[in-house]
Design a binder for this molecule. Structure first.
Ligand SMILES: *Cc1c(COP(=O)(O)O)cnc(C)c1O
Length: 383
C-alpha cells in the first residue's frame, strides 16, 4: 500500500451494500405500503409474523416495536414485578436487565462463560441462592445469545426446571442461529429478538418480535401490544404499550428475510477466515459444540498487557474501525450497580470488559477488506 495515502476506511457495518443488493424489491415493498396506506396493522405485519414463524419453527410470532419491548412485554405478560428476581448475564447490552428493572422486579446479574461469553449455569445457581438469601422470589432467567452465538440452552433449562423459573431467551443478536440443530425461537417459554438496523436481521428503523409455542402467552402479548386491549376494543383489560411494529418495517423485513440465510452463510465464511488469520495472535471467538452463530459481532480478546485504546487507534490509522462491546458490564454501570450480583462475583464479565474488541463484520465484507483487517490487527500487535 502507498505509504503516503491514508487507506480508505472500511465500514464497521455496511447497510448500503445490502440496500444495493435488494434494490428494487425494497423500493417496491415500500411502494405497496404507500399505496394501501395501512401503516398500522397492515397485511405485511401478519405476513411477516407467518414467515418468521416458518423460519424459526415457533408456533406464534408476535412482532413489536423493538427488542426491548419484546423482552418487557413477556415480563409484563408473566406479571413480573416488585419482589421478583429475574436472572440475566451482566456481560450484555443494557436492555436485557433494563427490561427487568422497568417492571419493578430485581435483575440479578450472573457471570458468563470465558470461552463463549454466554451465561454460566453454575453462576446462575449461585445467583438463585443470592436472590433467595435477600428475600427475593426467583421467577425467571434471561439467557442472551451474545454476539450471535446460541447460549447453552440445555444447561439453562436444567437449572430453570429445577427452580421453577421461566426462560426468556434474549436472541436480539442471535436470531437465525441454532442450538443442537434447532433454530433459536423455540427454547424456553419465549424468545425476544430485535430488528434494529445493526442486528443481523435489521429493518430500517426500530422493530422486534417475540416467538412462543404458548397459545395463552401469545394472546396476552397481542393484547399488551395494543394497550392491554380486551375483546371489547374500549374495555382495556390490563396495562399495555404502544408496542406495534409498523407496516413499513414489516414490508422491508419480508424482503430481507429472503436473503438472511445467505447472509448468515457469508458471515460464517468471514468469521472462519478471521479466525484462521488471527488465531495465533489474539483469542478468537469460540463456538461451543452444538451452537452456531450469526456473528452479530466478531469479538476478539487482546493478549494481557495490550493497550486496547492504542490498539484501536492503530487500526483506525489503517482505516479499520473497531467497537467495544462492552466496556462496562451491566453491574458496573451507574443505573445498575445497586442490583445484586451472584455470589462469588462476576470475574469473567469484568475481565472481558477490559480486553474485548470487535472487528468489522457484515455479509458484504470482501476478501481484500478482510485481509486488510487481519494485517492491521497483526501489525498493531507486533509493533
Ligand atoms: C439490541 C439488543 C436488545 C434491544 O433491542 P432494541 O431493538 O434496540 O430495543 C436487547 N438485548 C440485546 C442483547 C441486544 O443486543
Amino acid at each position: 500500500m502507498n505509504q503516503h495515502m491514508r487507506p480508505e476506511p472500511i465500514p464497521f457495518i455496511d447497510i448500503s451494500a445490502q440496500r444495493q443488493r435488494l434494490g428494487k424489491s425494497i423500493d417496491e415493498a415500500v411502494a405497496r405500503v404507500l399505496t394501501h396506506c395501512q401503516f398500522i396493522n397492515g397485511p405485511e405485519v401478519t405476513a411477516l409474523e407467518k414467515a418468521l414463524a416458518e423460519y424459526s419453527g415457533a408456533k406464534h410470532v408476535v412482532t413489536c416495536a423493538s427488542g426491548t419491548d419484546a423482552l418487557l412485554m413477556v415480563l409484563m405478560a408473566k406479571n413480573v414485578g416488585p419482589g421478583d428476581a429475574v436472572f440475566c448475564p451482566s456481560f450484555t447490552f443494557c436492555a436485557t436487565g433494563e427490561s427487568v428493572a422497568l417492571t419493578g422486579a430485581t435483575p440479578v446479574f450472573i457471570d458468563v462463560d470465558e470461552a463463549t461469553f454466554n451465561i454460566d449455569a453454575n453462576s446462575l445457581k449461585r445467583g438463585i441462592a443470592t436472590a433467595k438469601a435477600r428475600g427475593l422470589k426467583p421467577v425467571g432467567v434471561i439467557p442472551v445469545d451474545l454476539f450471535g452465538q446460541s447460549a447453552d440452552h440445555d444447561a439453562v433449562a436444567a437449572v430453570a426446571k429445577a427452580e421453577g423459573l421461566f426462560v426468556l431467551d434474549d436472541a436480539a443478536q442471535g436470531f437465525g442461529a441454532s442450538y443442537k440443530g434447532r433454530k433459536l425461537g423455540t427454547f424456553g417459554l419465549a424468545t425476544a429478538t430485535s430488528f434494529f438496523p445493526a442486528k443481523p436481521l435489521g429493518c430500517f428503523g426500530d422493530g422486534g418480535a417475540i416467538s412462543t409455542d404458548d397459545d395463552d402467552l401469545a394472546n396476552t402479548l397481542r393484547s399488551i401490544r395494543v394497550h392491554g386491549q380486551g375483546s371489547d376494543k374500549y374495555d382495556n383489560v390490563r396495562l399495555g404499550l404502544t408496542g406495534r411494529l409498523d407496516t413499513m418495517q414489516a414490508a422491508i423485513l419480508i424482503e430481507k428475510l429472503k436473503i438472511f440465510e445467505d447472509e448468515i452463510a457469508a458471515r460464517n465464511v468471514i468469521a472462519d477466515r478471521y479466525s484462521r488469520g488471527l488465531g495465533n495472535v489474539v483469542t478468537v471467538p469460540q463456538l461451543a459444540s452444538g451452537s452456531t452463530s450469526v456473528w452479530a459481532q466478531y469479538t476478539i480478546r487482546l493478549p494481557k498487557g495490550t493497550d486496547r485504546d492504542a490498539f484501536a487507534v492503530a487500526l483506525k490509522a489503517q482505516g479499520v474501525p473497531t467497537a467495544i462491546y462492552y466496556t462496562k458490564s451491566m453491574h458496573q454501570q451507574t443505573a445498575y450497580r445497586d442490583f445484586p450480583v451472584a455470589d462469588g462475583g462476576l470475574p469473567v464479565s469484568e475481565s472481558l470488559s477490559e480486553d474485548v474488541i470487535s472487528l468489522p463484520m457484515h455479509a458484504y465484507l470482501d476478501e481484500a477488506a478482510q485481509d486488510r483487517i487481519i494485517q492491521a490487527v497483526r501489525g498493531a500487535l507486533s509493533s
